[in-house]
Design a protein around this ligand. Structure first.
Ligand code: CO
Length: 149
């Protein structure tokens, strides 16, 4: 079930998932459910708080490749930034310009609990930043560029 803004869970700082939990049926099932919700809603990314679980887990789909990130952390961001329209499954029909770093490097655990390092640029970098923000209760409306009238 997809959680929509302004549900307060979207503003909570999500907690880390322990190594023991990663292999548990609960987390594996949560990942499965999230993939389903993302597919059904044709999203590019989804964070666990958006399905009502305040846990540090997010998924991203780009060009047929699916990334499952547990306890992700941005290790580095490029100085160069770019502005693009962004949306979020928790804000149906809302699109706003957001400035993000063009490239990021992310460290996380995969669904087997193995440490992974991922590099992304442009749309993928944007998705990493958007989804990791969700885990800290930060939403794209907070980062949107105020448009002049
Ligand atoms: Co979002």
């Amino acid at each position: 079930m997809l959680i929509l803004y302004p549900n307060p869970i979207l503003r909570q700082k999500a907690r880390k998932i322990t190594k023991e939990e990663i292999q548990s049926p609960e987390i594996q099932e949560l990942i499965f459910d999230m993939l389903e919700v993302m597919e059904k809603n044709e999203g590019v990314g989804l964070a666990a708080p958006q399905v009502g679980k305040s846990l540090r887990l997010c998924i991203i789909k780009k060009d047929g490749q699916t990334f499952i990130l547990i306890n992700p952390k941005i290790k580095s961001k490029s100085w160069s930034k770019e502005i693009a329209e962004e949306g979020c499954l928790s804000f149906p029909g809302k699109f706003l310009p957001v400035k993000r770093s063009r490239r990021v490097k992310v460290a996380a655990l995969d669904k087997e609990g193995k440490k992974i390092i991922l590099k992304g640029e442009e749309l993928l970098a944007r998705a990493f930043q958007h989804e990791i923000d969700h885990l800290d209760g930060i939403l794209f409306i907070d980062r949107a560029i105020k448009t002049k009238i």
